[in-house]
Ligand binder design. Structure first.
Ligand code: FAD
Length: 477
């Protein structure tokens, strides 16, 4: 009989020709592996308290991973979360995203970035973070598992949920918050801080993500400290997944792919003093229109839980430092993002057609006379991206792709296509905060957190940052 053991860690190592799967399993005191159904709890389940009649409440602006995990943590401490979210609840949001994918227009308040669950809901759902320092990542995984994520979240080194499963998990989080007495106000964009008391008994968690440019302007006008920070911009590249499997797994059999899943990659090089790297790689995924403003074209990637589309996409971005920008004020990075997103829109087409070029044509500076099939649903238009991308991005990307081809020969191919632009890979702004209290350095009792505050990047670290803000408030109330 086939035995199944309690796996506590699993990772796939594809660095050598011989692919390795590393497993760590629980054993008994004699070193014998414990069966999968051994009666040991997977983790301490969360204990949410009823806060219908509680004395303390905390306002949270934004229902992305940072805001939702902050709310859940407040509930664990008997504090009532009151969430304000500019977008719609997840089921309604799905309809706006379907319209966007049919190229029938963008709803600027309900899209891939705005709405219940934030940018995390229709994301790829890769749940890992390069940072190990910011606290208890395992707790984030446990909460995702508690609300319906599968067991692999608890042991996979590179755990992944998928955009088909995330909406249900996010809905269950909302139901939990409401059942226990929290409040969520959808379609409620916070346009001023003046309605909040911002006192020791009325703190505000600011978890707005990094796409709400209007909200950054509002914060600036309300005297909240903002600072420049480095970020990254570039394009999204898409290859046939079969080619990536061949390059990464060295001619794998279909059985091997079934066992370990479609291959991913992580590439990095230095060109003229700046990093050029792959970002948010989505094996078996789709490229999606991820803008939140009209007259702009922004792309990103996602995949469903089975990761089984015939395409492999990834952001390919160039590091941008504040000194690379013409202006030096805190909003300069946002303006640069907007300019590039507008250029991309002009070279694509109404309303969400993306500019596109075959990869080798881009590197060799040629217009593509035809384009390969591609996963981006609204449609693509051939564009000479080497001509209009700013030189410090375009030239570095061209060299970066040559470098990547030296490592994985065949990566630089005209079977691959690039789409413009990948401009929201990280926040272009920071809301400086006191490292001890986590409050804004300018505005007491305001807790900027998550990706929009510039202290996190990705679902896991944003969720963790939200947890940390809530814990700090619970300590102080
Ligand atoms: C297509 C796509 C794929 C991605 N894939 C991955 C992935 O695989 N793995 C990963 O780790 N990360 C991924 N990301 C990034 C990840 O989603 C973000 O890093 C993460 O969601 C940031 O969390 P957050 O809570 O800080 O902000 P957000 O998720 O951006 O949430 C902020 C929320 O605040 C709301 N808001 C903004 N301004 C206001 C206002 N004034 N009033 C009220 N509400 C407001 C917004 O509507 C939004 O819902 C992806 C992103 C996209 C777009």
């Amino acid at each position: 009989m086939e035995q199944q053991f309690r796996v506590v860690k699993r990772s796939v190592d594809a660095r050598q020709k011989q692919l390795k799967v590393h497993l760590t399993v629980l054993t008994d005191e004699h070193g014998a592996p414990l069966p999968k159904d051994a009666p040991i709890p997977l983790y301490e389940p969360p204990q949410f308290q009823d806060v219908h009649n509680t004395e303390h409440s905390v306002a949270i602006i934004g229902a992305g991973p940072a805001g939702l995990f902050a709310a859940l943590t407040l509930l664990e401490h008997g504090i009532k979360p009151i969430i304000f979210e500019r977008g719609k609840e997840v089921a309604e949001r799905k309809k706006d995203i379907a319209t966007l994918n049919r190229n029938q227009g963008l709803n600027a308040e309900s899209n891939y970035c705005f709405g219940e669950g934030g940018a995390g809901t229709f994301s790829d759902g890769k749940l890992f973070s390069r940072s190990k320092k910011r606290g208890n990542m395992q707790r984030v995984m446990e909460l995702f598992h508690h609300f319906g994520g599968d067991d692999r979240l608890l042991y996979e080194a590179h755990a992944h949920i998928g955009s088909d499963k995330l909406p249900t998990i996010i809905r269950r989080m909302r139901e939990c918050i409401l059942e226990h007495g929290g409040e969520i106000h959808f379609s409620t964009c916070v346009t001023s801080l003046s309605s909040f008391a911002l006192s020791p008994n009325s703190p505000v968690i600011l978890a707005i993500g990094h796409s709400a440019h209007d909200t950054y302007h509002m914060l600036h006008a309300n005297g909240v400290a903002l600072a420049t920070k480095g970020f990254a911009m570039g394009v999204r590249a898409e290859h046939p997944q079969a080619l990536i499997n061949k390059l990464m797994y060295h001619d794998p059999s279909p059985e091997l792919i079934r066992l370990v899943g479609n291959a991913s990659y992580s590439l990095v090089t230095q060109v003229q003093g700046r990093g050029v790297y792959s970002f948010c790689m989505c094996p078996g995924g789709h490229i999606v229109p991820a803008g939140s403003a009209l007259n702009s074209c922004v792309v990103n990637g996602m995949s469903a839980s089975h990761r089984n589309s015939p395409y492999a996409n990834s952001g390919m971005v160039v590091e941008i430092r504040p000194e690379d920008l013409i202006d030096q004020d805190p909003l300069a990075g946002l303006r640069f993002q907007q300019q590039l997103e507008y250029l991309s829109y002009q070279h694509g087409g109404e309303p969400s057609i993306a500019p596109a070029q075959r990869l080798r044509d881009f590197v060799e500076g040629r217009k593509s006379s035809t384009l390969p099939a591609c996963s981006y649903l609204p449609g693509v238009r051939s564009s000479s991206m080497h001509e209009w991308l700013p030189e410090h991005i375009g030239k570095r990307l061209q060299q970066g792709f040559r470098d990547f081809d030296r490592k994985y020969h065949g990566f630089l191919t005209n079977e691959a296509v690039i789409l413009g632009v990948e401009s929201r890979s990280s926040s272009a702004i920071r809301l400086p905060r006191d490292p001890e209290t986590l409050q804004s350095i300018s505005t007491p009792h305001l807790y900027p957190c998550g990706e929009g505050a510039g202290y996190a990047g990705g679902i896991t670290s944003s969720a963790l940052d939200g947890i940390n803000a809530a814990l700090k408030i619970a300590e102080q109330l």
